[in-house]
Design a protein around this ligand. Structure first.
Ligand code: ASP
Length: 581
């Protein structure tokens, strides 16, 4: 090895030792007779000292070293007179006896500091330099830790880690596929997997009753801030299990990760039906770090002459504790918030439950104190609280109130990043209807089993059929989802039919799976957790990009290697492709 120690491990107990370190020059300072250099590697920073008086030549040479030069130094560990308690190595320094330049460096385009002066694009372009910075390194260390602990837990539960191919054919996961042209089979294409869904089900048919894989998935979707065209899943499948077994196993994984990575004991892991999630939170991924559950008011608020309420399918609100003192301005701000086009409410009704027990509302004309008291009882409001109410078409109003609830949660600082509240949302609808085409789509994917008791409704009332599907939600973020699968060929056929596939189309696309179901497919089910998202959540960030070594930017480009890019005409010819603009 070129070094005896790393730059992060020496302390006062090493004083007097002769050591060799190697690393990058973080910065250097000339103070007349002395030169100090901070030497950095992955493990930390160690201070080097050169003394003009004892070795002028060496000191002169050291003064010529630039930032990010790579050097190897030998010297003696000494106690510092000026200690830095903020650094693990802050009690010592190295009195350098000699050094060797292993490589020079151009001046980096931004500072390699925790708070760098480099903008996003520049740092992406020089990602290898950005990766030298502590915060980025810590993010990758967190990712590593979570992946190792995931493997440990699943190994302990008898899961087999098995790789599945990347060059496959379309999996119907709902997004667009990335495709790869085949040279040897001109005019034919592979698709990159949106997930290993069909392969993991085939592994169940093969008898590998517990499978997992930390696997890259590819989806050609329009990009959003927290989306990457390629991302990683903790993908799992189990045989001979009920839904309960799967939930318990992955609740166990989540608890293991919180314990081993963050030292947190997760006590509760509630289960909530999709219907309740929508009714009480207006979202299929409720943030249950705080209350403010929806309260429906149709029975007390309608029929009193206020047309907005009378014409509404749903009148529903939340109680904001201690907010009765909100000023006109603050209330106007909230009204503006719910009227934003992305949220789409027509207006906001408020009721202040004043400290003195009286009420003041924006609908005083229609509702007297007695009526408002009745509302307060429904909300469980106390004097000092503020009730915020929306009305309109059911689904839209719930969605808008969800946004308002989250906004109030933020304002009241109820969404603490250091508190983690996971839950399962279960019993999703099997299908959703595309409003334009009128066609039914699988809400999860076409291999998800309907709930046994709803199967008979598949042809008559498809919209009412519930799926044996579940999502893991933590702090309002969907961390993953899965389902018990269909393992019967005829039921799978019925499902494809519902989704508008002809027998022939189903056979063409999924014949391999349906045929496999004829060779003793066990009952099975599984789940996939979004690994990047899980890591970001653990790290307290909203952006998965920060936890990926080489991410793409918001336009789906890798600006470092400049991809996507054109390919040579020769390559196109070989593939039998022609670019049509
Ligand atoms: N393949 C599914 C997905 O990627 C997860 C699952 O059903 O296991 O969302």
């Amino acid at each position: 090895m070129l070094r005896t120690h790393t730059c992060g491990e020496l302390n006062i107990s090493n004083a007097g030792q002769e050591v060799t370190l190697a690393g990058w020059i973080q910065k250097s300072r000339d103070l007349g007779g002395m030169t100090f250099i901070d030497l950095r590697d992955r493990y930390g920073i160690t201070q080097l000292v050169f003394n003009m008086e004892t070795d002028a030549k060496l000191c002169e040479k050291a003064r010529k070293l630039g930032r990010e030069f790579v050097i190897k130094v030998t010297g003696k560990v000494a106690e510092r007179s000026n200690k830095n308690p903020k650094m693990p190595t802050g009690d010592i320094e190295i009195i350098v006896g000699g050094f060797e330049i292993l490589n020079e460096s151009k001046t980096p385009p931004f500072t390699i500091e925790d708070n760098t002066d480099g903008g996003d694009e520049l740092r992406m372009k020089y990602r290898y330099l950005d990766l030298r910075r502590n915060p980025v390194k810590e993010n990758l260390a967190l990712r590593h830790k979570i992946s190792i602990e995931t493997r440990k837990y699943l190994d302990g539960e008898n899961f087999f880690e098995i790789e599945t191919p990347f060059l496959i054919k379309s999996t119907p996961e709902g997004a667009r596929d990335f495709v790869v042209p085949s040279r040897m089979h001109t005019g034919q294409f592979y698709a990159l997997p949106q997930s290993p869904q069909t392969f993991k089900q085939l592994l169940m048919v093969a008898g590998y009753d517990r499978y997992f894989q930390l696997v890259r998935c590819f989806r050609d979707e329009d990009l959003r801030a927290d989306r990457q065209p390629e991302f990683t899943q903790i993908d799992c499948e189990m045989s001979f299990v009920t839904r309960e077994d799967i939930l318990n196993t992955f609740e166990g994984l989540a608890k293991h990760l919180f314990k081993t990575v963050k030292g947190i004991d997760i006590e509760e892991f509630p289960r909530m039906s999709y219907d309740d999630a929508m009714k009480f939170y207006g979202s299929d991924k409720p943030d249950i770090r705080f209350g403010m559950k929806f309260v429906e008011l149709n029975d007390v608020a309608q029929g009193k002459g206020f047309v907005v309420f009378d014409n509404a399918e749903l009148v529903v609100g939340i109680n904001a504790e201690g907010c009765a003192g909100y000023s006109r301005k603050q209330l106007d701000k909230l009204t503006e918030f719910v009227k934003k086009p992305q949220i789409g409410a027509k207006g906001l009704v408020y009721v202040k439950y004043n400290e003195d027990g009286t009420f003041k509302s924006s609908v005083d004309k229609f509702f007297d104190g007695e009526a408002l008291k009745g509302w307060a009882e429904k909300f469980g409001s106390k004097p000092g609280d503020l009730m915020l109410i929306l009305a309109g078409e059911k689904d839209k109003t719930r969605k808008a109130l969800n946004e308002l609830r989250l906004e109030m949660g933020d304002r009241l600082e109820l969404r603490d990043k250091n508190i983690f509240k996971p839950l399962w949302v279960v019993d999703f609808p099997l299908l959703e209807r595309d409003e334009d085409s009128g066609r039914w789509h699988a809400m999860h994917h076409p291999f998800t089993s309907p709930k046994q008791e709803d199967i008979e409704l598949m042809e008559t009332e498809p919209g009412l059929v519930r799926a044996n599907a579940y999502d893991m939600v933590i702090n309002g973020v969907e961390i993953g989802g899965g389902s018990i699968r269909i393992h019967n060929k005829d039921l799978q056929k019925r499902m494809f039919k519902l989704l508008g596939f002809s027998d022939e189309e189903a056979q063409n696309q999924f014949g391999f799976l349906m045929n496999a179901f004829e060779y003793g497919a066990p009952p099975h089910g599984g789940i996939a957790l979004g690994f990047d998202r899980l890591v970001a959540l653990f790290g307290g960030s909203d952006s998965i990009r920060d936890y990926i070594a080489f991410p793409k930017n918001n336009a789906g480009r890798d600006v470092m290697i400049d991809s996507p890019s054109q390919i040579a005409q020769e390559q196109l010819n070989e593939l039998g492709l022609k670019i049509v603009k």
